[in-house]
Design a protein around this ligand. Sequence first.
Ligand code: SF4
Length: 375
Amino acid sequence: MCSGFVKPLMLWYNTNARDLPWRRTKNPYRIWVSEIMLQQTQVEAVKSYYNRFLTALPYLCDLAVCPENELLKLWEGLGYYSRVKNMKKAAILIMEKYGGRFPDRADELRMLPGIGDYTAGAIASIAFGRAEPAVDGNVLRVYTRLTGLREDIMKEATRNKIRWRLSGLDLPDGENWGNLNQAFMDFGSSVCLANAMPLCDGCPLKDGCIAFSEGTVRELPVRSKKADRKKEQKTVLLVRDGELTALRKRPEEGLLSGMYEFPNKEGVLTEKEALNFVREHGCEPLKITPLPEAKHLFSHIEWQMTGYEIRISQRNTEVREIQKEELIFADPEEIENKYPVPSAFRAYARLLRIRIGKKPRRRENEDSDSGNTLL
Ligand code: SF4
């Protein structure tokens, strides 16, 4: 099937393609790393994480054997840690099942942990030149506006329909699917913008755009409302012994599994309850100070946090690491460099001048994580 928008879209891309580090390679491992990072993170923020990750783990085999703590530390600040845990599982599978050769077909790629239709299409098309659409939010937005499709893009059936329609497109001579997919991505993030603010006046596709001609740009794409985030209240405790602050390891299963956190309890604790908590952990409190409230947004949950700083005078041990109830006392440098701490706790870490989710380069937008704010 030939569609009128393909040629002008490719022409636009040929002169407007973004110069991104992962566009300078056809290495499937590197493209995979970039695609997974980009799933929940802005392009500008991903650049430095991408470089740091590949400096530490330049080859698939390095990822397959990387200890989990180091892996989580490398991913710290990107969030959604199950992504990198799945990457390691997939790397092990590729090493064992494919002898270290990256699968080049979308159906094989889809069988790997953490690789869905979009990522499989992106790797197969960009790294291997396969005729596979990679349907992400940009593609859904651009396509529904161009074609006037008024079906709910939150539904799997709609996304499958769009993927199927795209897979039937003929490309102009000399063009390839990797470029078409990347053209959609770039066009959607710089011209056909989200939030009903597309730059239609200067758009090279407007002559063939149904939404533009029918005046329905602001109505598309149709998207059913997501369920509200579940709200959870927590009390975070900064338990401090001189320069050392208590951390504990989260369970190996569930949200933020295997990472380290400041001790915390469900609900809003009174001062007395907070003091009891530290006593139960073998610490003798000296002084307690209330901390500001903060919140952090996950995809389906909102943490509403309050906290206390509790200075302690003594612990029931001389040993510094791992104690009763898994409390670990670490200095700021260790917390920054050794322990992977989720950015959900960033607001409280900042009170101690500890940077977690440290960006590899200074110019990165440390404050862009609007999901975590002191209130
Ligand atoms: S005319 Fe507007 S809505 Fe249509 S493709 Fe261009 S930017 Fe998007």
